[in-house]
Design a protein around this ligand. Structure first.
Ligand code: SF4
Length: 330
């Protein structure tokens, strides 16, 4: 442990009252590691690692990451946008995908490296999304590799499984792979209003094809303010299709990408779900094109990236608790 840095830590952290934070200058990963070890040994807490300093809280704070159940901790799941182009252009698409969107494809080799590093970093589950992942002619190779490494879910609108794509679908493994298909309502009216005319019928055909081929299917609905009581009707349809509760997801429209209404999301309001695209790492897949939600330009090394997201989440939460306890308004 560097004596100079240790002296700085003692003086800087010792100068602030318990429950307050301060920044300690660092000049590289070795210094960051020294600060981590010193804080762990002295009953203090690392709040956040910045490029040239580490924010340290004087005193021990409960770890907000540990307070989460294992499957909610950042890094339990990894989301990967393989591409951004899509056969549809839904009016609420959170990343503005469309047939003319810049594809921004993650290459196969990089995808394989990412999946392998994810397994080594302790990631338990992979979610592959886009754009429409099945627009990629090599998506089957990617899914075959990923599902052999960890349970993998691929998000799809289930509308492009014709010709060679259908044959590639049929050849995919059933074990370790879930097809999560977008379906917003039990009838065409609401679904087609946002996804385009004729998309409901084709999505329903896709759902039936996937079930008939023996895939594990999950249906995911995205509902906006105009959804009315469509969720109840959709659930009845999913009952008919024989899908269990854990094979259904309903989420709200977020005000991101092409959506001009919906829930406002931010780093402070969203529990992070580490998400990698060809352009970097993002706080959450619902905001993978929002510059304010970008975590890093490069995902590699993934274990460090996950660490970084956890640190930032920890810092947000602890800083919020510290503020709440030191800045009462009444
Ligand atoms: S919401 Fe899904 S299906 Fe619709 S444009 Fe975006 S990626 Fe494509």
């Amino acid at each position: 442990m560097s004596l100079r840095l240790t002296m700085t830590l003692v003086e800087t952290v010792g100068a602030v009252p318990a429950g307050s934070s301060t920044r300690v200058p660092v000049s590289g990963p070795n210094d960051v590691e020294t600060v981590r070890r010193w804080t762990a040994a002295t009953g203090n807490t690392v709040l956040m690692v910045h490029p040239d300093s580490v924010e340290v809280l004087r005193g021990r704070a409960d770890d907000p990451v540990r307070a989460l159940s294992a499957d909610r901790r950042p890094g339990y799941r990894l989301w990967v946008y393989t591409n951004f182009h899509c056969n549809l252009s839904c009016d609420y698409c959170c990343v503005s995908s469309s047939p003319t969107a810049e594809p921004r494809v993650i290459g196969v080799e990089e995808f394989v490296r990412l999946v392998d590093e994810a397994a080594a970093a302790g990631v338990a589950e992979l979610f592959v999304t886009g754009g429409e992942p099945f627009m990629l002619l090599d998506i089957d190779d990617r899914l075959r590799h990923a599902s052999g490494v960890m349970p993998t879910t691929v998000l799809t609108n289930a509308m492009v499984w014709t010709g060679a794509r259908r044959r590639r679908l049929e050849a995919l493994p059933r074990r370790g792979l879930t097809l999560q298909i977008s379906l917003d309502s039990a009838t065409a009216e609401l679904h087609d209003r946002h996804r385009g005319s004729g998309s409901f019928e084709r999505a329903m055909t896709g759902v039936r094809v996937a079930i008939d081929l023996g895939f594990r299917v999950r249906v995911a609905a995205t509902l906006g303010a105009d959804a009315g009581d469509s969720e109840r009707e959709l659930m009845a349809l999913l009952d008919e299709l024989g899908l269990d509760d854990d094979q259904r997801v309903v989420r709200r429209v977020a005000r991101q990408g092409a959506a001009n209404a919906g829930l406002t999301v931010s780093r402070a309001s969203l529990l992070p779900e580490v998400c990698v695209t060809a352009e970097g790492v993002w706080w959450h897949p619902v905001a993978a094109a929002d510059p304010a939600m970008k975590v890093a330009d490069d995902w590699h090394p993934l274990a460090e990236t996950i660490h970084k997201v956890r640190d930032e989440y920890r810092a947000h939460r602890i800083a919020g608790d510290v503020l709440a306890s030191t800045f009462p308004c009444a």
